[in-house]
Ligand binder design. Structure first.
Ligand code: PLP
Length: 438
């Protein structure tokens, strides 16, 4: 049967058909022909416990018997209340939780909260948003504006709202004449110079711990902390996106705690429901929340809401997911399992098309280059994604590359044995893909 589906971020002309996934079990995806593939991207970075987890399935089915959906407009529901309490508990200094159903929306809400905060307290000057170059916060217009990746968003540049962007230190591509520390200081100086010149900046928005879609750029030590300090010094709201990096992806529950950089607003998504249903959350501290309180006719309340905000089934599975994090001490497990990446570093780095390997927690980015010395990114005629998808499938892994970067973002609870197998298969995939990309 002819498919009517238009696939995301895909040159449809390149693909004749797509494999139909009919089952998932643990870290494996199984297609309609019975082929098994390790889900190396955790189904777009969200799967935590693997597929078909009985506890999560029970949480969903039990909740569907009671209440499938009822809105948070004028009403509330028990799973959403319970989840908000838990999220506040695991998020130091956060006070209230605003629900949405995807990460892009969670970031739109964060931006609206930040901009409206200054209006609520009567400051008309602070209207600008500062960000880091190369950030990614989603595909809607607001989230594209704060996270400009030229290849993704260039076509819409005119329609995006303007932001003030600062460079980010990428240890692999530090400009000539700088050490990593010098360049980090240079980036921070740029921020401070701008902050001190004009106090019209409402918020600084950045991914927490690392830029993931922007190429697995793991910040040098102290970078995020120092930005948070500058925000404090110059009275700029600090807004963090933990959608891809929180909940254990980089090895800690919240990256902002690890980075000692407490935000005013933080967004979660992806792993929140264990990767089973669509839900995201934007958390605000008391200062932000209190500014929205007033008489009805003050019009200081937050003008935002979605049909499925606080969906009880999504909240129920998120509650069970977080319960499982605690019970199985998942964060400790990730810290231990992820040491497997070290075992493969040398072998990977010897490969002649591998320019750089960046990894932290349960995330690895392998940057492919044509010329190791020149660091020239690989740029074949066909998309690297398509080539690697096909070669990965032959080896039994589901891969989706990002530009010239092979992403390993497996389900967080992957075992050491499974992670070793994934890395062995990745090495074989790179070897077999090489003649097609250079
Ligand atoms: C850091 C970050 N923020 C926001 C988003 C957008 O989330 P969603 O795809 O759920 O809209 C993503 C998605 O990859 C992301 O990586």
């Amino acid at each position: 049967m002819k498919s009517s589906v238009w696939h995301p971020n895909t040159q449809m002309k390149e693909w004749e058909s797509f494999d139909k996934i009919t089952k998932g079990k643990g870290v494996w995806l199984i297609d309609s022909k019975g082929n098994k593939m390790i889900d190396a991207v955790a189904s777009m970075w969200c799967n935590v416990w693997g597929h078909s987890n009985p506890q999560l399935i029970t949480a969903i089915t039990e909740q569907t018997k009671k209440l499938q959906h009822s809105s948070l407009f004028n009403l509330t529901n028990e799973p959403a209340e319970k989840l908000a309490n838990t999220l506040v508990k695991i998020s130091p200094k956060m006070h209230k939780v605003f629900y949405s159903d995807n990460g892009s929306s969670a970031m739109e809400i964060a931006i609206k909260m930040a901009l409206q905060y200054w209006k609520n307290i009567g400051n008309k000057k602070k209207t600008e948003i500062a960000t880091l170059e190369n950030g990614y916060h989603g595909d809607t217009f607001g989230s594209m504006s704060v996270g400009y990746v030229p290849e993704f968003f260039g076509k819409f540049k005119r329609q995006l709202f303007s932001t003030i962007q600062f460079p980010v230190p990428n240890k692999y591509r530090i400009p000539n004449g700088f050490t990593v520390t010098d360049y980090q200081n240079h980036c921070l100086e740029k921020i401070e110079n701008r902050f001190s010149k004009n106090n019209n900046i409402a918020a600084f928005v950045m991914e927490s711990g690392a830029q993931v879609a922007g190429g697995v750029i793991i910040y040098p030590k102290g970078f995020q902390f120092k930005i948070s300090q500058l925000c404090k010094k110059y009275d700029v709201l600090f807004v963090l996106d933990e959608i891809a990096t929180g909940f254990g992806r980089l090895g800690s529950m919240t990256q902002y705690e690890e980075q000692k950089s407490i935000p005013d607003i933080v967004s979660y998504g992806k792993m929140l429901t264990g990767g089973y249903l669509t839900m995201a959350a934007t958390l605000a501290n008391k200062k932000i929340y209190d500014s929205f309180l007033g008489e009805f006719n003050d019009w200081t309340h937050l003008f935002h809401g979605h049909t499925y905000t606080g969906n009880p089934i999504a909240a129920a599975v998120a509650n069970e997911n977080l319960n499982m994090y605690k019970k199985s001490n998942l964060i400790k497990k990730i810290q231990k399992t992820s040491k497997v990446f070290d075992e493969f570093y040398e072998e990977l780095s010897k490969m002649d098309i591998v320019g750089d390997i960046r990894y932290k927690g349960m995330l690895m980015g392998i940057e492919l280059v044509e010329n190791k010395k020149e660091k020239t990114p690989i740029h074949p005629r066909k998309s690297i994604n398509k080539i690697f998808f096909e070669e990965g499938k032959k080896q039994g892994i589901y891969l989706r590359t990002l530009g010239n970067i092979v992403m390993l973002v497996p389900p967080l609870a992957i075992t050491e044995k499974e992670l070793r197998l994934l890395l062995q298969k990745t090495i074989k995939t790179i070897q077999s893909a090489k003649p097609k990309v250079v």
